[in-house]
Write a protein that binds this ligand. Structure first.
Ligand code: SF4
Ligand code: SF4
Length: 166
């Protein structure tokens, strides 16, 4: 099977925050030529060098998930999968077949304790097999705490990281 490559997609250069460049999430990097590539490719920060979205690396996600077409960038996180929408298309994840496939990921995730987090603008939404938990803006010093009944998530709240017991 042929390897995927970014081609005409540059969406992660808009959607992701790049700390080294003080680039906030949701705005184009000043070094990006949208649809073409990075103007400082040879010297781009390590964060960029080491980043690959899940569409690029995981063939479970079909061609329809290509980020510049779907307007969604999928990223592997410590806890599971982050689904980031292009700020110009905040409802992209609600369109089909994306919403259905996100639900299927969440359902499979409950068995393997993998979380599916949708990020639209500042807002985060934890998606489970049968619910959506709108968590609002979650700060860097905050954590999402899930309440479980068996494998099923029955509630989710945001707390200060400093309030969590070790
Ligand atoms: S979002 Fe994925 S496919 Fe698009 S440029 Fe970034 S890594 Fe490549
Ligand atoms: S430095 Fe290059 S690869 Fe990194 S976000 Fe900017 S345009 Fe994209």
């Amino acid at each position: 099977m042929t390897e995927r490559n970014c081609g005409d997609c540059t969406l992660c250069c808009k959607v992701m925050a790049i700390e080294t460049l003080a680039k906030p999430a949701g705005t184009w990097c000043s070094h990006c030529r949208p649809g073409c590539g990075c103007l400082i490719y040879e010297t781009r920060p390590t964060e960029c060098l080491s980043y690959s979205c899940l569409w690029l690396t995981d063939k479970r996600f079909g061609q329809h998930w290509k980020p510049n077409k779907s307007k969604i960038v999928l990223t592997a996180s410590e806890d599971g999968i982050e689904v980031r929408c292009d700020p110009g298309f905040l409802d992209a994840w609600r369109k089909e077949p994306f919403r259905r496939e996100i639900g299927a990921l969440a359902e499979a995730g409950e068995v393997n304790d993998i979380t599916v987090l949708v990020i639209v603008g500042e807002k985060m939404i934890l998606v489970t097999a049968d619910q959506e938990f709108d968590l609002g803006a979650v700060g860097a010093d905050e954590r999402i705490v899930r309440e479980l009944e068996g494998p099923r998530v029955v509630d989710a709240t945001v707390v200060k990281a400093s309030d969590l017991k070790e």
